[in-house]
Structures are given as C-alpha cells and as structure tokens.
Design a protein around this ligand. Structure first.
Ligand SMILES: CC(C)(COP(=O)(O)OP(=O)(O)OC[C@H]1O[C@@H](n2cnc3c(N)ncnc32)[C@H](O)[C@@H]1OP(=O)(O)O)[C@@H](O)C(=O)NCCC(=O)NCCS
Length: 199
C-alpha cells in the first residue's frame, strides 16, 4: 500500500489510461494520475512490471495480469493498494474526510438500523459507515459486476478492534460474497481510512 499527496503525474499516464480523464478538470486529472503513479510504485515493491491500469465501464481500475488492487483519493491525499493475484480474491480501500458525511446524507447512505446506531455513537461513526460501504463495493464490484446501493449493505462495527464486516441485504445472490470479507479501519487527522479484503 502506498500513500502520497496528490501531485502532477499526468506525464506518466499510459495512452490507454488517458481517455478516462480526456475531458476532466485539473483536480480530477491530478488525482487520477496520482493514483496510477502510486499503484506503479506498489508494482515496483511487488516486483511487477510498470503496466497500464485503464478504467472499466463502471470506472473500476483494470489491473494488469498478476495483480489486483484498489485506489482512493480524498482532497489532497491519495492511496493505492496492490496485491499479487492468488493472495486475495478482492480488495477495496476508501478514504473520506469524516466531517463530510453530514446528517442531511444519513437516510440516503444508511439503513434504518445504521441510523439508529448513530444516536449514542462516536461522532466519526457516520463517516466510518459510509467509507466501509465504499471499500466493500470496490472489493466486490470487480468480482460480480453489478451496482450495489447504500441500502443494500449493512456495516457491523467492532469499534475496539478497529474492524468491520458487511452484510449484503439485496437480491443479487453473487453479491453475498461481501459477507466473506474482512474490514479494517483507522482515523487520522480529519480522515477515516477503510480496507476491505476478501481472501
Ligand atoms: C465508485 C465509488 C465507490 C468511488 O468512491 P469515491 O469516494 O467517489 O472516490 P474514491 O476516491 O474513494 O475512489 C475512486 C476510485 O475508486 C475506484 N473505482 C471506481 N469505481 C470502481 C468500481 N466500480 N470498482 C472498484 N473500484 C472502483 C477507481 O480507482 C477510482 O479512482 P480513479 O477513477 O481515479 O481510478 C463511488 O463513487 C460509488 O459509485 N459508490 C456507489 C456504490 C457504493 O459505494 N455502494 C455502497 C454499498 S456496498
């Protein structure tokens, strides 16, 4: 896993990566290119060649043969995680600014059970629930290929253990693979970071 401040890495983009940001604004080009830059640094660490990572139809990164991974960026910070194929089936990471998950978003992003949990919870819980779902989606979507709504997954948090699990409550059975995953979280500065892996 490699993290860095978002910088100007657009010159490093491969031709097959450029269409994803062909019409993008400056901020988006910088975060996209930094994600690719970090993923290739992770390739170096794993002894993998510096290959292209184009984007798929659901915006998912298309990882080169030999690895899987996940990318996240929030404001000035970006993180890429890469694992050699065969070590994990799925991986998703997500970074959010905790305070961005405001009460106006609760009923859209959380189930009634999760909204109930918030009453006596740590003020960072809404950000954690949101980030956990996004990390879970990023791990599962490349495996199954269907969209998962925020009301179709529930987060179960082990706060002292800094871990979570996800329960898929929707109707598309293959997405139940989400239940086999393990989630991990940490808070730093204004951020929550989540990692979800399916072994
Ligand atoms: C795709 C999504 C999760 C991205 O999260 P985000 O907070 O907007 O942005 P982040 O910076 O954390 O992540 C963006 C990166 O996620 C990755 N990503 C995008 N779509 C993806 C997908 N379908 N599968 C896996 N990874 C994906 C990409 O690498 C992207 O960066 P890039 O375009 O520069 O390569 C979010 O926009 C989304 O569509 N969510 C709805 C689905 C969902 O989360 N459901 C929860 C219930 S389980």
């Amino acid at each position: 896993m490699v993290a860095a401040w978002v910088g100007d890495h657009r010159d490093e983009l491969f031709p097959t990566e450029r269409p994803a940001v062909a019409r993008a604004v400056e901020k988006r080009i910088r975060e996209f290119a930094t994600g690719r830059h970090l993923a290739r640094r992770a390739f170096d660490m794993l002894g993998l060649p510096r290959a292209a990572i184009p984007s798929g139809q659901a915006r998912e990164p298309l990882w080169p043969k030999g690895c899987i991974g996940s990318i996240t960026h929030s404001e000035a910070l970006a993180i890429a995680a890469v694992a050699a194929s065969g070590t994990l089936r799925g991986i998703g990471i997500d970074l959010e600014v905790v305070e961005r998950v405001t009460p106006a978003l609760y009923t859209r992003l959380m189930t009634p059970r999760e909204c109930g949990l918030l009453q006596d919870a740590d003020s960072r819980m809404p950000g954690l629930l949101f980030s956990a779902k996004e990390a879970g989606y990023k791990a599962v979507n490349p495996l199954v290929g269907t969209f998962i709504g925020f009301q179709e997954a529930e987060v179960y948090v082990d706060w002292p253990g800094s871990r979570f699990t996800l329960r898929y409550t929707g109707e598309h059975e293959p997405n139940q693979i989400m239940q086999q995953g393990e989630g991990f979280f940490c808070f730093f500065e204004r951020y929550v970071f989540t990692l979800f892996i399916i072994r």
